[in-house]
Design a protein around this ligand. Structure first.
Ligand code: NAP
Length: 375
């Protein structure tokens, strides 16, 4: 028997938005004419036109189908290569957002992947034959060259978007440009947070990106935007900058943070019954940095050309601080031993305060007079 339900009168936000995107919808977000109820006298005629599966034309089904389509249009098929600590961390959010997430790694993570809702491919050929829209490289800095060269690129669609999350950016960019055929798009990114700092939320956490090579056609541009939106919609602070700028800033901030955290870790600091807020922050820093692999830290050093200067500046600052302290101490002792005589001879000098090191990139030499060894 034929039956008709009235068109849903409500105009939902989603249907209004869909109207803009899908020309198939009428002005009042009604279903297209072939799905709308007909006047009774037309029923017979329609019947002769063989409209039979009337249940499929229910407005409810129609709207739910369109809204599923709409949600799908915002999602991507993303293949994570390197499914370790950080790859798994990103996958959880991408799956929650509705993306179709696939993964491949040197280690077999099938069980963990299944728990997260990710399809795991132990074989890279099988992964690439799934034709993901995005390959998201989450490999260690040191292994990325090898992993990228080992991927069967010929099995991918020619327009695939390659994204990396390496904590050093010029290295990743050069590698992509060197290895990937011109047809592939390239987006270099660095989420400036990790499984510890971003465990509760990504809100207000910085996300750096550089659109190194994105084709002009609309589908490529929108695919890149969709990928970036995965971070923007979590509340990340989106920072577009060149890979070179990133590496300069990261050496001055992230590398210093990791180095200080690792120095303090070597002290094996304990919590005390009288922790100050400052000390609590130091303990947090140790926890944050020690949960990252040493390989990651080594990569920050090896593959960021600005890191060595920062390490030497840190060394110099520590030496300079020690000299200032010892200079004061030396002065007190000298005063005790020879105070009256030296004062009479005019030898006593006021210990000089420690000068700051010259700004980054201006060499490592202290300005004249800042060396407190003279005290
Ligand atoms: P990681 O130690 O830097 O990298 C671990 C990943 O690299 C694993 O997927 C591992 O695969 C893979 N890998 C290591 N050596 C390999 C080799 N010889 N051949 C093939 N694969 C190899 O730790 P991570 O924290 O997961 O970091 C991954 C990437 O994310 C790094 O590039 C890092 O700079 C970046 N990142 C990390 C953070 C963070 O907070 N952790 C934040 C932003 C960006 P298997 O597990 O299969 O062995």
């Amino acid at each position: 028997m034929l039956s008709f339900s009235p068109a849903t009168p409500k105009t939902t936000t989603i249907s209004t938005r869909l109207h803009r995107d899908h020309h198939t919808l009428s002005h009042h977000s009604q279903p297209p004419s072939h799905l709308r109820p007909t006047k009774p006298h037309l029923r017979q005629r329609r019947h002769t036109l063989k409209i039979s599966a009337i249940d499929a034309a229910q407005p409810f089904d129609y709207e739910s189908k369109i809204s599923t389509q709409f949600a799908k249009s915002k999602t991507l098929k993303i293949a994570i290569v390197g499914f370790g600590n950080f790859g798994q961390f990103l996958a959880k959010t991408l799956v929650r957002q509705g993306h179709d997430v696939l993964a491949h790694s040197r280690t077999d993570y099938s069980n963990i992947a299944a728990e997260i809702g990710v399809s795991f491919y132990p074989n890279a050929d099988d992964l690439c034959e799934e034709h993901p829209e995005v390959i998201l490289l989450c490999t260690s800095i040191l292994s990325t060259d090898k992993v990228l060269r080992s991927l069967p690129l010929q099995r991918l669609k020619r327009s695939t978007l390659f994204v990396d999350v390496l904590s050093v950016k010029e290295f990743a960019k050069d590698l992509f440009l060197q290895i990937l055929p011109l047809d592939f798009d390239i987006l270099c990114t660095h989420p400036m947070f990790g499984p510890e700092s971003g465990k509760n939320s990504w809100k207000d956490l910085p996300f750096v990106y550089d659109k190194v090579r994105i084709g002009n056609d609309e589908s490529r541009v929108s695919r890149c935007e969709k990928f970036l939106d995965a971070f923007a919609r979590e509340g990340c602070v989106m920072k577009e900058m060149t890979c070179a700028e990133h590496d300069q800033h990261a050496a001055e901030s992230q590398f210093i943070t990791h180095t200080v955290g690792r120095i303090l870790e070597k002290l094996d600091l304990d919590s005390t019954p009288i922790n100050t807020k400052g000390y609590e922050r130091l303990l947090d820093l140790v926890e944050n940095t020690s949960s990252d692999s040493f390989e990651l830290y080594y990569g920050l050093f090896m593959y960021n050309k600005n890191a060595m200067e920062q390490l030497e500046r840190l060394d110099l600052a520590f030496e300079s601080l020690k000299k200032e302290l010892f200079g004061h101490l030396h002065d007190v002792l000298r005063k005790q031993l020879f105070g009256t005589k030296e004062r009479a001879l005019g030898v006593m000098q006021k210990p000089r305060a420690l000068s700051k090191l010259p700004p980054n990139g201006n060499g490592l030499v202290l300005p004249p007079g800042s060396d407190s060894t003279t005290n």
